[in-house]
Design a protein. Structure first.
Ligand SMILES: [Zn+2]
Length: 213
């Protein structure tokens, strides 16, 4: 792993330390609950795979495990609470992002990729698995603003757990929703939406999840 990545991961671990949990409130009984607790999406998010290129049968099984984890995290109370509670430089929110955690959470739920027409609450993924060149050997994967596809380096995919694949795909998918981060491994980058939320999804994918409804 490159030093840059390593440092960024260290920073990031600090960024996504879970906030102390407040005890779960009883079921809603009226309008008196704090606004953050009343934010309940109307329907569970879905995930649909479109073009799947370069994946063998075995690799498709891991991909399926990863996407199942990804959508389970997106529909969990743990994910909602951590995104809504995210802080950067002492303020609610993320790096490189003017919107509030609430607005960011709503944008994630809306799932309006830049290559789809509808804010349909559905994660629409086109994925490609490739053998990257020696020059790209440290790159896990990428997408470009013009592309509707998330491309993954087989070298990493092979050793990744399904949770790590879920985190990686989430990072790239968040770019398709318009979230950006510094290109260089700056101190702020781990707090950007793609890094912070991507790593959050990876971490939550490893543990028990409570469905939103
Ligand atoms: Zn990125």
């Amino acid at each position: 792993m490159r030093i840059g990545n390593w440092i960024s991961r260290l920073f990031h671990r600090r960024a996504v330390e879970p906030a102390p949990r407040t005890p779960t409130a009883p079921a809603p009984t009226g309008p008196a609950r704090p606004p953050v607790d009343t934010f309940e999406p109307s329907a569970p998010m879905k995930l649909s795979l479109g073009k799947v290129t370069g994946y063998s049968g075995t690799e498709q099984q891991k991909l399926a495990q990863a996407t199942t984890l990804m959508v389970a995290v997106l529909n969990s109370r743990e994910f909602r609470d951590e995104v809504l509670g995210a802080r950067f430089q002492g303020q609610p929110g993320f790096a490189d992002e003017a919107r509030s955690p609430r607005e960011i959470y709503a944008a994630i739920r809306a799932a309006k990729e830049n290559y789809t027409d509808a804010a349909d609450g559905e994660v629409d993924l086109n994925v490609s698995l490739e053998d990257f060149s020696w020059f790209q050997r440290h790159t896990v994967g990428y997408t470009t603003p013009e592309s509707d596809t998330l491309t993954t380096n087989r070298r990493f995919f092979g050793s990744f757990t399904p949770a790590e694949v879920a985190g990686h795909l989430s990072h790239e998918w968040l770019h398709k929703l318009g979230f950006e981060h510094d290109f260089a491994a700056t101190a702020d980058r781990p707090y950007s939406v793609p890094y912070a939320v991507g790593e959050l999804i990876e971490r939550l994918a490893k543990g028990p999840l409570t469905p939103l409804s």
